[in-house]
Design a protein around this ligand. Structure first.
Ligand code: COA
Length: 264
């Protein structure tokens, strides 16, 4: 993998076969999200949007212990009381950028995913986790609530009752329970986490990029209260129906050959 390390202070990035891996790199602080990490995550996601060589992204954490153990609690001290909405708004804007990315973005959760870490994983299109991963929204222990979209996305993913229990108790759950709840899709060993994530992404990357991006848009419409998801699906179906990828995919099927998608 070609590593591009000098661009960021708190991220490691690398591009291999169209898959851009973003590794949050503050292992001594369990990869906690401070202002620099959030700013750099925003920049890295902008690169995912704009760079044609990037076809998908993986977000993971450096070291064997944590994906991300939350927002950086040290930064909460000394911040003005009235800055709370600004802080939450900024985090939410970056996480919306991940959620609405037209290219697949997958979380490879390699340890603690707590607070903002769980929220970051939930903003990705789907999640895999290693068997040592732990998930939780422990903000109530600090007299806080999730602020980076966690109250909404956890409820969407696991349902109201379980989300309420997790957020009110602050309890952590392991990867097996997270999978049972639908919070993650697969549990792997720590060693095979990235390999399995790439294996799934490689299947996705063999499909029409246009169609994949419309799937992301259509599914996200279900959770957008300003949109009627069914109407959105009709609109997006219309868009893919007139695409070159659809012509290629259907023709290749009839001609009994593999399609060659160009993403248009
Ligand atoms: N913000 C800032 N620093 C954090 C952090 C966070 N969210 N989570 C961990 N760290 C730091 C610790 O302060 C410690 O730094 P130090 O070595 O300079 O003292 C380092 O990361 C290692 O963490 P430590 O607590 O010693 O590891 P542990 O194995 O004993 O415990 C956790 C691991 C994840 C259970 C524990 O770190 C924890 O509860 N973290 C906070 C989780 C949280 O509340 N997140 C939501 C924030 S809104």
């Amino acid at each position: 993998m070609k590593l591009i390390t000098d661009m960021y202070q708190t991220l490691l990035t690398g591009l291999e076969n169209g898959i851009f891996t973003i590794t949050i790199n503050r292992p001594d602080k369990l990869n906690a999200l401070n202002k620099t990490v959030l700013d750099e995550l925003d920049q890295a996601m902008q690169t995912v949007y704009e760079d044609n060589k990037i076809r998908a992204a993986i977000i993971t954490g450096q070291g064997g212990k944590a994906f991300v153990a939350g927002a950086d609690i040290a930064e909460f001290i000394g911040i003005n009381d009235e800055d709370g909405p600004m802080l939450a708004g900024k985090g939410q804007q970056i996480f919306f950028k991940i959620e609405n990315c037209p290219k697949p973005v997958v979380a490879a959760v390699n340890g603690f995913a707590l607070g903002g870490g769980c929220e970051l994983a939930m903003a990705c299109h789907f999640r895999l986790a290693s068997d040592n991963a732990k998930f939780g929204q422990p903000e109530v222990n600090l007299g806080l609530i999730p602020g980076y979209g966690g109250t909404q996305r956890l409820t969407m993913l696991v349902g109201k009752g379980k989300a309420m229990e997790l957020m009110m108790s602050g309890n952590m759950i392991d990867a097996v329970e997270a999978k049972e709840l639908g919070l993650i899709n697969h549990v792997t060993t720590a060693e095979s986490l990235l390999e399995k994530t790439k294996e799934i992404l490689n299947v996705i990357l063999s499909k029409s990029p246009t169609a994949v991006s419309k799937v992301i848009q259509a599914v996200n419409a279900f959770y957008d209260f300003d949109k009627n998801g069914f109407n959105e699906e009709i609109k997006l179906f219309g868009e893919v129906f007139s695409s070159a990828d659809k012509k290629e995919g259907t023709t290749a099927f009839i001609e009994k050959r593999k399609p060659v998608f160009k993403g248009n």
